[in-house]
Design a protein around this ligand. Structure first.
Ligand SMILES: CC(C)(COP(=O)(O)OP(=O)(O)OC[C@H]1O[C@@H](n2cnc3c(N)ncnc32)[C@H](O)[C@@H]1OP(=O)(O)O)[C@@H](O)C(=O)NCCC(=O)NCCSC(=O)/C=C/CCCCCCCCCCCCC(=O)O
Ligand SMILES: Cc1cc2nc3c(=O)[nH]c(=O)nc-3n(C[C@H](O)[C@H](O)[C@H](O)COP(=O)(O)OP(=O)(O)OC[C@H]3O[C@@H](n4cnc5c(N)ncnc54)[C@H](O)[C@@H]3O)c2cc1C
Length: 664
């Protein structure tokens, strides 16, 4: 056993709580842990799912491998292992997916969309085909020229009454669909968001099923230009694509018509609120943070904390032995709050998923009264979580020094996976502004007209009592701050408009304060939800203490990072801020001996991280060396480029050096 493995073993001996119990809490119960492990094992043991490490493959190889494995998973493995939508196994199956996968948009975005936009007959037609991979469909909304401002989308679907068809056109280069995942190479259909035009009248954005490739040859159909948009910052395996459509004809029945319909005579029938057109985005904003951001930060924490526990660098005591970098207070200050973020966002997110499920049940009965609340909550939650996790992964990466820059650490891959969560499914600033609209409206309402989650906005500010670092008091500071920030931002909008600015100008001039207020709102939501979870969760005293400490740390770290705000608003005094700072440092010291245990509790397999720094055994140096040997650049002892370009000058060097030697 290497020295480094021994060091992690010792760390594990010092852990003061049951790692297995914390894993159960993380998974949602003992039974869930068992199911997750079963699914992970089935995937992990299957030889068909083995591939070379991703950092040794080209982009083309990564796309090919990911597609090969995903087709196998979706066609062969799910059904065979009882992993079907609605089952517990399905809930955990994202944890078992290979490190890179394609068909994500087909499975994760298109299928939910067909369910929310399609009529019963349309779902009956398209769902089995897509579930069996008989068709591959992308979600094509964003265009080269527009992504955020959906009213600016230019693709048109014009109804031709004669032929009972829609004619799909991208009138300009800027109107071509650009970005959708699975679209470049794999998809033969696209769910295209296009402006509906009937009898010259525009009805706004609607969803259409458009076949883009031939079913037998997979060649693009007439009028369709489709391909991959090229190399990106990450997502090497995914074929994000472009799609240019010129006079592509689709049958009238291909307008997904659960919410609106065009009759054969051209009559437009609206069956439900226009807002439901945005429903698929709410669905993804609610569901994607866990697998695409929170788990990514959890993996980055696992890598950085295990590595920091084995990495020896420098001395704490003059004359003493070299210490693990995790023993430095500053390293703890970087990493342990990231763990707190993982827990806070995960448990707050579960609350939002439940709220969304309740909303969907009500919607099925025709009641969409909670739509504004769930839209505001999911938009700001997705924005805040993606931001916190992206910042957190970069902190973890840098906390690993030089090795964090190596692909072999697994951290650059995680960073490039989490970064676009700030952009896709709604650019974060745009989403914060959406929530701000709702908050400003709520601030004007009477308490009786508001949902419970927002009541604090209009209630009198309460003063904290007793220990300033108690979870109750921290929750109160966050609520008071959110209420005061929203009121201040609303006041600014009013003042600007009273000065004579048009409402949209007043809004733009106040947008810095509006986004700030929204961030304050969503952080209070996340903290409150995590604190409530910690209070209610049934577990041993030692696990509860870990969760309480993480919750307190989440609150204190946030407050200490923006204490100016709390001081400015009169919520905290300088004395309080000093106490908060010291309390955070004391918590870091308290949590340090359990840090490795806390990341072990995430229970990630080594193969799910592909990290030389973060493997369970801590054998970092051997793994780094082994991985370097696999680099394609090391295939030959001398690379062709050296022979081709350097050799003439090296030979000159040889002659000079040997000549000098003979003169001696
Ligand atoms: C549309 C916008 C909101 C703005 O447009 P605009 O026309 O200007 O509208 P407004 O005037 O601002 O608003 C009009 C009113 O509508 C209300 N509104 C707006 N949006 C919504 C909504 N979503 N729901 C309800 N109501 C809404 C708004 O409040 C106004 O109301 P009022 O007048 O004030 O009363 C625009 O801002 C917008 O949304 N732009 C963003 C565009 C966007 O999001 N694009 C996404 C493209 S698709 C994409 O990016 C895909 C990416 C890949 C995703 C990869 C996914 C991974 C899948 C993971 C699988 C997850 C499974 C996990 C399982 C597990 O973890 O276990
Ligand atoms: C990896 C990845 C995968 C994607 N997958 C898909 C997919 O499958 N399907 C799909 O349809 N799309 C997809 N997209 C596209 C994605 O949804 C858009 O990129 C996103 O919605 C942002 O739109 P945009 O690119 O037009 O940014 P822009 O809106 O042009 O943003 C540029 C800047 O302008 C700012 N800005 C914009 N509007 C405002 C405003 N009102 N007020 C203040 N500032 C503003 C933004 O904050 C940002 O700083 C994907 C994107 C990525 C990166």
């Amino acid at each position: 056993m290497s020295i480094e493995s021994n060091l992690l073993k010792k760390e594990r001996q010092n852990v003061t709580f049951s790692v297995e119990e914390l894993t159960n809490v993380w998974d949602g119960g003992k039974e869930d842990t068992e199911i997750r492990r079963k699914v992970v094992k089935v995937f992990g043991d299957d030889p068909v799912l083995k591939s070379p490490p991703i950092c040794t493959m080209t982009r083309e190889e990564r796309y090919t491998e990911a597609t090969r494995k995903c087709v196998y998973i979706f066609r062969n493995m799910l059904q065979k292992n009882g992993i079907y939508p609605g089952s517990k196994e399905f809930e955990h199956f994202w944890n078992a997916m290979p490190i890179e996968y394609t068909l994500l948009i087909h499975m994760g975005a298109f299928i939910p969309c067909i369910m929310s936009f399609g009529s019963e007959e349309q779902v009956a037609k398209w769902l089995p085909l897509s579930a069996n991979l008989n068709i591959i469909c992308t979600y094509a909304q964003t265009e080269l020229g527009h992504g955020s401002f959906l009213r600016g989308l230019e693709t048109e679907a014009t109804f031709d009454r004669e032929t009972q068809e829609f004619v799909i056109n991208c009138p300009k280069v800027s109107s071509m669909k650009w970005w959708p995942g699975d679209m470049g190479l794999n998809a033969n259909h696209a769910l295209v968001m296009a402006n509906l035009i009937v009898g010259g009248k525009k009805y706004g954005m609607h969803p259409f099923m458009v076949q883009i490739r031939d079913l037998s040859t997979h060649m693009p159909l007439p009028g369709v230009t489709v391909g991959d948009i090229g190399s990106k910052m990450g997502f090497e395996a995914i074929d994000n694509g472009f799609l240019y459509m010129k006079n592509v004809r689709i049958p009238r029945e291909n307008l997904l018509n659960k919410n609106s319909e065009v009759k054969p005579d051209g009559t437009y029938v609206k069956k439900a609120s226009d807002r439901l057109m945005y429903g698929s985005m709410v669905n993804l904003r609610v569901n994607l943070p866990k697998s695409q951001a929170i788990d990514v930060l959890a993996k980055a924490c696992t890598i950085a904390i295990r590595y920091s526990a084995v990495r020896r660098q420098g001395l704490l005591n003059p004359g003493g032995a070299e210490v693990a970098v995790l023993d430095y207070t500053l390293q703890q200050h970087k990493l342990i709050p990231q763990l707190a973020t993982v827990y806070a966002t995960k448990f707050a997110g579960e609350g939002i998923i439940k709220k969304h499920q309740a909303f969907l049940q009500n919607m099925a009965k025709g009641n969409i009264s909670d739509l504004a609340e769930i839209h505001a909550l999911s938009a700001s939650f997705k924005a805040s979580v993606s931001e916190q996790c992206t910042e957190g992964v970069e902190v973890c990466r840098r906390a690993c020094g030089g090795h964090g820059y190596s692909q072999a650490s697994g951290l650059p891959h995680l960073l490039s996976k989490v970064t676009p969560t700030c952009t896709y499914e709604g650019e974060n600033t745009v989403l914060y502004l959406q929530t701000a609209r709702y908050l400003v409206k709520c601030a004007k309402e009477k308490a009786a007209d508001l949902p419970e989650s927002i009541l604090f906005l209009v209630q009198p500010i309460q003063n904290a009592r007793g220990n300033i670092t108690s979870l109750d008091n921290l929750a109160l500071y966050f609520k008071n701050r959110a209420a005061l920030c929203v009121q201040a931002a609303s006041k600014k909008v009013n003042q600007m408009s009273n000065k004579g600015l048009a409402m949209h100008e007043a809004w733009d001039k106040s947008s810095v304060q509006l986004v700030h207020a929204t961030k304050a709102y969503v952080i209070q939501y996340i903290f409150d939800a995590f604190a409530s979870f910690v209070k209610e969760v049934k577990c041993s005293k030692s696990v509860k203490e870990i969760l309480e400490d993480l919750c307190c740390l989440y609150g204190l770290h946030y407050i200490n990072n923006c204490s100016g705000d709390f001081l400015k608003l009169g919520i905290l005094t300088a004395h309080h801020c000093n106490i908060a700072e010291e309390a955070e440092i004391a918590l870091l010291e308290k949590l340090r001996p359990n840090a490795v245990g806390i990341v072990d509790a995430f229970d990630f397999t080594d193969s799910s991280m592909e990290s030389c720094l973060g493997a369970y055994d801590g054998n970092v140096y051997e793994r780094l060396f082994d991985m370097a040997k696999l680099s394609p650049l090391n295939k030959e002892p001398v690379h062709q480029a050296s022979y081709k370009y350097l050799r003439p000058y090296l030979l000159e060097g040889r002659d000079i050096l040997e000549g000098a030697k003979s003169k001696l």
